[in-house]
Design a protein around this ligand. Sequence first.
Ligand code: C2O
Ligand code: CU
Length: 474
Amino acid sequence: MHLTRLPLSRRQTLGLLGGSAAALLPLPAWAESAAVRRLTAAPGAVQLVGRRYPATEVWAYDGQVPGPILRLPQGDRLEVDLVNRLPEDTTIHWHGLRLPNAMDGVPGITQPPVAPAERFHYAFDLKDAGTFWYHPHANSSEQVGRGLAGVLIVEEPEPPQVDREELWVLDDWRLGEDAQVLPFGGNLHDAAHAGRIGNTVTLNGAIPASWPVRSGERVRLRLVNVANARTFGLRFEGHAPQIVATDGQPCTPHAPADGVVTLGAGGRCDLILDMGGDPGARFRLLDEHYARFAYELLEIAYTEAAPLRTNPLDASVALPANPLPQPELAAAGGLEVVLAGGAMGGLAAATLAGERLSLRELARRGKVWALNGQVHAGHDDPPLFRLDRGRSYRLRIANDSSFEHPMHLHGHHLKLLGRDGRPAAPETWHDTLMVAPGETVETALVAEAPGRWMFHCHVLEHQLAGMMATIEIA
Ligand code: C2O
Ligand code: CU
């Protein structure tokens, strides 16, 4: 198994360049791979926001933010020893992977929590190629929010022909003036609104500035959103990205709707970009998701190098298919889940640990979200659905709230059939599916693997405030 370190921090990069204005983003150095079978979660410090500030105290895997890139070929077996050097319990959840339930990393449900100074061995076969990630599933809002997140890339046996591949881990932090992470916990306002949206966006653990590209090259860009709550809406001015995979699963290559690549918390996207600008040209890469707060994420900066080619590569950009089971719609069972709660919503009351409570009483207990009227309390909750193993289901998700929710299903992928009655074109697969306020999405899945699988909002403060349930497959 291979591991790649994100090399220089931006501070070091700036140092190398003598602080030149054309600061280069840290680029993953794939060649530095080495076999590693251990991930240590521990407190550490990283230079997150540049040299005018002190290092930020974080919780990190192997001292790196984001954590080490795990990169293995499809069909290989991933084996990782998690060592817990945190002051509290943790686990690793392998986000987006189809794996045995016992490897899914949910404390109290799929495994015992990994206590401080203890370890846990994760081992499973990598069925699907794609862009995945890993993070704790214990005290998630704080542990992920302090920096525990890393990427798992599973390589296709025959990847599409590109000149270069790049990985962007997008994150967002809530930092004080001293560049330290502001406290977690007890923020009902975050929980009842859009979650813990930060004030500092990082790309591969640094403040992005400039992305050097060469005229004529074809780039595969893997995007991963590890933020607690923030949605990114990326517009590559002057360029026409093709989406070739959503949440790791290949799709018919297509342009993003309205030219904006939307990536909810926990979501991933693989893009193919033909860099058609002239040498020396500059373009803006904007994040437009929150219309009132649109900003320039970075500048696409063409080097002066002569174009690599004059016409875009003629090779297909499509990824080879994964062996995902296809739902059989004719025989599918029907499921519906209503997302409700939060501020400016219609939720009057819901059930918490068997007790029917008003929203006000729920809020006093830090709970403000419900799935089908049920607030997540813990492992004793009855499952949201009991599904027959191997059977296909249609799952309709209706968002009856004033906030968007990236809904994540563990161990399985949902096939998006349509939104608000409009068929999806093309149909795409999602393990983390964004549902807009008031929207209803139609999906289908095969209840493939036995066990209790979490289904929750990946806005981690919504999850914490009750927006989670299990789906039991037997
Ligand atoms: Cu990425 Cu249940 O989480
Ligand atoms: Cu949510």
